[in-house]
Design a protein around this ligand. Structure first.
Ligand SMILES: [Zn+2]
Length: 274
């Protein structure tokens, strides 16, 4: 990783100090140093097979078998992941009154575990499971136990992929018994926004309002390739809000940033003086 020069660090400090009421938008790059992989490489291309789509999860039993088998293997590593420098620095900036609101595209809850209080989980949270029929929320830990009871053949080893997904042999997938809602027998889904689904309108409007009140937008560790995050940069641009970004690769909003530090956010924030 090529690190930015000292002048860039002072530019970043200047940006933060001169706009001490930031809206921060974070993505997968923030959790990389915690051992959770990202979807895309530095050019913004998929690193792996495309992730599951909302429609196929809801419509196809075989896809739910596949999802839960892989998620069963991937969840323990996500649950065990610890916040890193980026999460700590963001929480520190919030305590210092520099951040009005943090919006994350991550579903790992590491910002909250670092002590960040004003967080919007744009794409939901992986530690919860929701029943699509009765809306009951249950704990992912509880569902993990039920998966284990129903499927003693499953293992929790596998190469971790983004969003708590992990590689599992196809031969295991076909035998998976998928747990149902224990209240109504309905369809259980992790409480996250899958690709092909959309973020609730109220959530988006709430963020737009917060953006209007904020001094500037700072993007940390996101390529903004997904529209649900990119739209906040577009809106910030429309509102004439200054924008800065720390992300090693290209992003969809590169031409909109006043300041772009093309490096890993944990390394940048680790080296930030004071
Ligand atoms: Zn239910």
């Amino acid at each position: 990783v090529e690190l930015a020069g000292l002048s860039t660090y002072s530019e970043l400090q200047h940006f933060i100090q001169s706009h001490p009421d930031l809206l921060v938008l974070t993505g997968a790059g923030c959790s990389l140093a915690s051992g959770i992989p990202t979807y895309r490489d530095r050019q913004g291309n998929w690193q792996r097979n495309n992730p599951i789509q909302h429609k196929e999860f809801v419509e196809l039993h075989s896809r739910r078998q596949r999802y839960w088998a892989r998620s069963y293997a991937g969840w323990p590593a996500v649950a065990a992941a610890k916040p890193n420098t980026t999460h700590m620095v963001m929480a520190d900036w919030e305590r210092k009154g520099l951040i009005r609101m943090l919006v994350t595209q991550n579903v790992d809850r590491l910002h909250q575990r670092a002590g960040q209080e004003k967080v919007i989980d744009l794409h939901g949270r992986l530690d919860q499971v929701i029943c699509l029929d009765c809306d009951r929320i249950s704990s992912r830990f509880e569902v993990q136990q039920r998966l284990a009871q129903l499927n003693p053949q499953l293992t929790t080893t596998g190469i971790l992929a983004p969003d708590g997904d992990a590689d599992v042999a196809d031969s295991l997938v076909a035998q998976v018994v998928v747990p149902d809602c224990d209240r109504c027998g309905g369809l259980l889904k992790p409480n996250v926004v899958f690709f092909g689904d959309s973020v609730k309108r109220d959530t988006v409007n709430c963020i737009y309002q917060t953006l209007e009140q904020s001094a500037a937008l700072l993007v940390v560790g996101s390529s903004l390739m997904v529209f649900s995050g990119f739209r906040f940069c577009r809106r910030a641009h429309e509102l004439g809000k200054p924008m800065a970004c720390i992300n090693p690769g290209k992003t969809r909003a590169d031409e909109l940033f006043q300041l772009k530090i093309a490096a890993d956010c944990s390394e940048v924030l680790d080296s930030l003086p004071g």
